[in-house]
Design a protein around this ligand. Structure first.
Ligand code: ADP
Ligand code: MG
Length: 362
């Protein structure tokens, strides 16, 4: 049985229907991420799970217990917010030990647990510092230690790294992941950053306007988006109408006029010479119209009879193709994905298909 079950959760604020029939199963020890643009309801869902907000309808089960109407302090759920929200008048040690002191447990035990948590987040030596003297990253370590020290059943993290600069953010991502797996604590993490979701999660739930658009492992979310929204939010997919796609490959997909085709930039190969003929691929020609370095990747834009395509190539050499260069392009048929209409209901029943399987017999 799943450890956490959300069943048909709805939340409205006045006329604003913020969570629309959200259902989700989470296994014990899993690291689950709610990914989505700002305003789509991620924090609201987290706050409902924590008991900081009442749901309008639906059920929340933790273990086999119905906690839907339990008070926040009796749910045994820890939460870390984007804004560090530490007690400014308490030092690091007291901030971390606060939750334990509230429980009125033995003083020695409090001290042991607080020291363990401090060590776990790497803050030894900072016990007597006050929050105003700590960096953002250190403050977030305190917030993390403060929430794990009480050994909650579930850890909720609401964009905990959003206010932290890029480099430190990467190292905190891997630290959070390490602590989570050491403790084996079931964790729900919120972010609007697809890369962060990819590196941290066992399962990603992509949110769109109060509904779950698509769920899956990072790899499946990246390689098999089901809808236009998913393909544009995760990765930098080329999204083509069937008419544009027919222009590229020179076939007519009459039966699928309404569908969209998604192609990842890194599966589109470029060459100055023709590719070897292979019936598993589509091959066509175009002209390079733009090239931009993105760190270790060069992103080309190629014009194919008026259709613009992005192609990503690892930046292993000097610039390979100047603007204006005629090039040959090749893409495996199975990497041309058919997107469903933009409705979450359809995805569940149909899943994602690729063009190679959908056009068998064409
Ligand atoms: P996210 O975390 O994905 O950015 P939120 O859950 O914070 O999104 O917000 C989703 C929607 O709910 C927004 O339209 C927001 O204005 C609204 N909302 C959130 N909290 C409240 C509240 N306490 N009262 C009224 N509306 C709210
Ligand atoms: Mg939020």
């Amino acid at each position: 049985m799943p450890y956490i079950q959300l069943k048909n959760l709805n939340k409205t604020f006045g006329k604003n229907h913020v969570l629309k029939n959200i259902s989700m199963d989470i296994e014990k020890g899993q690291f689950v991420t709610l990914l989505g643009p700002s305003g789509c309801g991620k924090s609201t869902l987290l706050r409902c799970i924590a008991g900081l907000e009442d749901v309008t309808s639906g059920t929340i089960l933790l273990g086999s217990e119905d906690i839907t109407h339990k008070s926040a302090k009796n749910r045994k759920i820890g939460m870390v917010f984007q804004q560090y929200s530490l007690f400014p008048n308490m030092n690091v040690y007291d901030n971390i030990a606060f939750g334990l002191k509230m429980k009125k447990i033995d003083k020695k035990e409090i001290e042991k647990k607080a020291r363990d948590a401090i060590a776990m987040v790497g803050l030894e030596g900072k016990e007597n510092e006050y929050p105003s003297h700590l960096s953002g990253g250190q403050q977030q370590r305190v917030a993390l230690a403060r929430s794990i020290v009480t050994e909650p059943k579930v850890l909720l993290l609401d964009e905990p790294l959003s206010a932290i600069d890029a480099k430190l953010r990467k190292s905190l991502q891997s630290e959070i992941k390490k602590i989570q797996s050491q403790l084996g604590i079931t964790t729900i993490f919120v972010t609007h950053d697809q890369n962060e979701a990819m590196v941290m999660s066992d399962i990603i739930h992509l949110f769109n306007n109060g509904t779950i658009e698509q769920s899956g492992s990072p790899v499946s979310m990246y390689t098999s988006p089901s809808t236009k929204f998913a393909a544009s939010f995760i990765g930098h997919y080329n999204i083509l109408t069937m008419e544009e796609f027919s222009t590229l490959v020179g076939c007519d997909f009459e039966k699928m006029q309404e569908k969209l085709i998604a192609i990842r930039p890194e599966v589109l190969d470029i060459s100055l010479k023709p590719f070897e003929r292979d019936e598993k691929t589509y091959q066509f020609t175009g002209i390079v119209v733009d090239n931009i370095p993105h760190g270790n990747v060069l992103r080309y834009t190629i014009d194919v009879n008026g259709v613009k395509l992005r192609s990503d190539v690892l930046f292993r050499s000097f610039r390979l193709f100047e603007n204006g260069t005629p090039v040959y392009l090749c893409v495996e048929k199975r990497n041309c994905l058919i997107l469903s209409d933009n409705s979450a209901a359809e995805i569940v029943s149909s899943g994602c298909r690729n063009l190679a399987s959908a056009t068998e017999g064409f």
